[in-house]
Design a protein around this ligand. Structure first.
Ligand code: BEZ
Ligand code: FE
Length: 288
């Protein structure tokens, strides 16, 4: 490295050395070291620097309350999953976490046990059930389970015009830690790829598809909040998730049925499906 390059890096590092908050100081010093190291390693050209600024500017312009291009960028760079990995406690038996994604919204309705959270989302009905347990053994009763998923066309409610809420909701586990609800069977879908992140994927010869999945957020007192998905076994994109979110332990079989009696005792006409999966939370004392 030339003396001139080293002098720039040293001067910037020195400018952050007096940062009062020690964690912010640690982060900024490491960021500058790695960012400068990156620019030196690739011998960043002036035009390339301009292209990067233009990319980030366009990511900012396309971002609003419904579209978060920076989370997408973090996701396709694997930064979101790396952050999950860095923070995931090593607790045997606990359900693995995965990306949060950009489609959770506050204010989804409460759905009673056995209720339908599809509420107009189109797709094959899917009965989803399971139990929430603590990794130290017991069932967790009264715990909030938030769920959100795309419809059979691969779109979340917030991707449609208007204010319609569909394919999302929450319920509290029963006295045995159980949850059960109807929704629609998830199908694979592309992440939004009509913006700068889509251009990046295309330039890299990468696809935008995510394998079919249903999102969960489980919040229990005294436990680490679990953010995860269940993925549908057999999906063709399990090996090439655009955001690197798949973990084998989260892949679940969807049983296919035609007519007959559903797990909630209701009589069904036509095709329906069912998935069962238990969610195991990490007690706060186990966090590292
Ligand atoms: C999702 O699963 O909703 C998602 C995650 C990351 C990027 C885009 C979508
Ligand atoms: Fe999703």
């Amino acid at each position: 490295m030339s003396e001139r390059e080293q002098a720039v890096t040293d001067e910037v590092l020195a400018s952050f050395a007096g940062t009062a908050d020690p964690r912010l100081r640690e982060i900024m010093l490491a960021l500058v070291r790695h960012l400068h190291g990156f620019a030196r390693e690739v011998r960043l050209g002036q035009g390339e620097w301009e292209a990067a600024i233009d990319f980030l500017t366009r990511a900012g312009h396309i971002t609003d309350e419904r579209r978060q291009e920076f989370i997408l960028l973090s996701d396709v760079l694997g930064l979101s999953m790396l952050t999950v990995a860095v923070n995931e406690p090593d607790t045997p038996g606990a359900t693995e976490a995965t990306v949060f994604g950009p489609f959770f919204v506050d204010g989804a309705p409460e759905v009673p046990p056995g209720g339908d959270l599809a509420r107009g989302a189109v797709g094959t009905p899917c009965h989803v059930s399971g139990h929430v347990r603590s990794a130290d053994g017991g069932p967790l009763a009264g715990v909030r389970v938030d769920v959100w998923g795309a419809d059979e066309d691969g779109f979340y409610d917030v991707q449609y015009p208007g204010e319609r809420s569909a394919g999302r909701g929450w319920q509290r586990t029963d006295s045995g830690g159980g949850f059960r609800f109807w929704t629609v069977l998830p199908t694979p879908y592309p992440i939004p790829h009509d913006g700068p992140v889509g251009e990046l994927l295309a330039a890299a010869g990468r696809g935008p598809m995510r394998p079919a999945h249903l999102h969960f957020k489980v919040t229990a007192p005294g436990h680490r909040t679990l953010i995860t998905h269940i993925f549908v076994a057999g999906d063709p994109y399990l090996g090439s998730d655009a955001v690197f979110g798949v973990k084998d332990s989260l892949i679940v079989r969807a049983e296919h049925h035609r007519g007959g009696e559903a797990p909630d005792g209701s009589r069904r006409a036509g095709e329906w499906t069912s998935m069962a999966y238990d969610l195991v939370l990490v007690p706060e004392a186990d966090e590292d």
